[in-house]
Design a protein around this ligand. Structure first.
Ligand code: B12
Length: 449
């Protein structure tokens, strides 16, 4: 079969993101099928989509849906209208069945199946598309494909999750060059699954609750391929790279052994690290540490069900800074239990974090399949079955969020290292211009104060 895989993402903030998921989907599809990727990031508008379909004449079209919105209450942007438009273009120029997948789709599968009028959807791991293709070609029964949703049906169970998830990065793919030129950044995954149970988070639903680890030497082989292709930086996309400290050290050692010399960054949970942890990672090329801190008030951290306390954050922060790394912290204000006092406590504790950049999100988005959805429903903020595709933010009971946002904005003032929300179009444009001048990596290190 001729398979066209379309990466719909065109968001360039904070930087253009290489469509990593499609590398895995392609890799899983057997050589009997012919696959082409069309990455919408490379084009100005959806005319390229029509052109791509007309030229290739696919038998089936897969649409990868990553972002639903920018989760920024201060400057909200929703992308569902754009996906509806893409689906219309697809339908207007092809009779091929449309299959949806991707992390955004996995969170809102039934809502997107309906509004995009898709034929199939695969929640969770897109490697399963290969099973669908083989069975469609042989006109076999489709039941039992993990995660498969068929138009009009409701049940989709992504179990069992893939035990292994090999990836082959093809440097000669038509879309690679775009990312090498716009920031030089590629991405890599070292594990799947999330062990944490944070109250607001979609990751256990998207990736499963059990940790599955990629063999460190395979991860390093991919990083070497990046290097040979001319990448200047890569980001580890794991929910938290350090959730398995031993495995993360093994990956770092494998980078060293394989001669990986390009810098890289990752998300970390600010839990207590083993002695010399960040030094070992720094020696293997880690430059950027992005901590998912969320709050610096212990009762709020407990309500958010974070696996650490404020004291752990300070310890992890200092160890990372002492290892010479660039450090950023993400915060989410306005979850369950947030009060005027807890906001004040977090803001004053933030002042104790030296040499850092702060990404501050005001408002916690309510997602399906999360404890926050249940809490909000119990408190009467949403209906149990409410459609959450258009963002709904939790309203903490004991605080006026508008006042809290004002307070946070006032505190941020003109400090360049306090970024409120997604950064907005202005930040994206500035970054794009800097990338055009040949700079690479996430670049937030220039804001560190
Ligand atoms: C790493 C990450 C980032 C990094 C990316 C760095 C980089 N260079 O890669 C950074 C920090 C930059 C980032 C930024 C943003 N992110 Co982010 N990010 C993630 C994260 C943790 C992992 C994504 C990833 O690469 N996964 C690994 C790959 C292999 O998985 P995958 O792409 O999902 O693909 C698999 C399946 O989805 C499926 N699949 C994929 N495509 C297709 C297609 C078909 C046809 C099929 C069948 C299957 C299929 O198969 C693949 C293999 O199994 C996810 C959460 C998560 N756990 O998924 C959030 C997530 C994707 N991000 C999210 C958001 C919102 C954003 C931002 C908009 C935030 C902001 N306001 O700045 C930006 C957007 C950036 C952009 N330009 O697009 C949301 C999207 C949902 C939503 N609300 O819209 C997520 C889901 C987190 C969440 N809140 O739930 N992000």
């Amino acid at each position: 079969m001729k398979v066209l895989l379309v990466s719909a993402n065109r968001l360039t903030s904070p930087h253009p993101v290489y469509p990593l998921g499609l590398d895995y989907v392609c890799q899983a599809i057997s050589a009997n099928h012919q696959v082409e990727i069309l990455d919408m990031n490379l084009f100005e508008d959806d005319r390229a989509l029509k052109g791509g379909i007309d030229d290739f004449q696919p038998d089936i079209i897969g649409l990868s849906i990553r972002n639903i919105d920018n989760i920024d209450i201060t400057d909200p942007k929703s992308f569902t209208g754009y996906y509806v438009q893409l689906a219309k273009v697809i339908r207007a120029c092809s009779k091929a069945p449309l299959v949806l997948g991707g992390s955004g789709f996995t969170i809102f599968a039934h809502e997107l199946m309906n509004i995009l009028k898709a034929d199939y959807g695969i929640i969770g791991e897109g490697e399963r598309l290969s099973l669908l293709l083989d069975r469609l070609e042989k006109q076999k029964d489709l039941s039992g494909i993990p995660g498969l949703i068929i138009k009009g049906s409701k049940n989709a169970i992504p179990d069992p999750w893939c035990k292994a998830f090999p990836r082959v990065f093809h440097a000669d793919s038509s879309h690679v060059d775009f990312y090498l030129k716009k920031g030089g950044m590629l991405n890599i995954q070292t594990k799947r699954g999330c062990l944490f149970r944070c109250v607001y988070c979609t990751y256990p639903h998207i990736e499963g609750k059990n940790l599955r680890l990629a063999p460190p030497h395979e991860v390093a082989e991919t990083a070497v391929r990046f290097q040979k292709a001319g990448a200047k930086y890569f980001f580890v996309t794991d929910s938290a790279f350090n959730v398995d400290y031993l495995h993360s050290i093994q990956v770092a050692m494998a980078f060293q052994k394989a001669g990986v010399s390009i810098p890289w960054g990752a998300f970390f949970a600010p839990t207590k690290p083993p002695e010399d942890y960040f030094k070992i990672l720094a020696d293997s090329g880690l430059t950027h540490v992005e901590f998912g801190t969320e709050s610096l008030c212990d009762p709020v951290l407990a309500n958010y069900r974070k696996p650490f306390k404020t004291a752990d954050v300070f310890q992890a922060h200092h160890k990372a800074v002492d290892a010479g790394l660039y450090v950023a912290h993400y915060f989410i204000f306005g979850g369950p239990g947030e009060t005027d006092d807890s906001v004040t406590e977090t803001l004053s504790n933030i002042d104790k974090l030296n040499k850092t950049v702060l990404f501050l999100f005001c408002g916690m988005r309510i997602y399906p399949y999360t404890a926050l959805q249940e809490i909000a429903a119990k408190e009467g903020q949403i209906k149990k079955t409410q459609n959450l595709l258009e963002p709904v933010f939790y309203r903490p009971l004991a605080i006026d969020m508008d006042k809290a946002v004002d307070l946070i904005m006032k505190k941020a003032g003109s400090r360049p290292n306090w970024i409120i929300g997604a950064g907005g179009d202005k930040a994206a444009l500035t970054l794009s211009k800097i990338y055009d001048r040949g700079f690479s990596g996430p670049l937030w290190e220039f804001l560190i104060r």
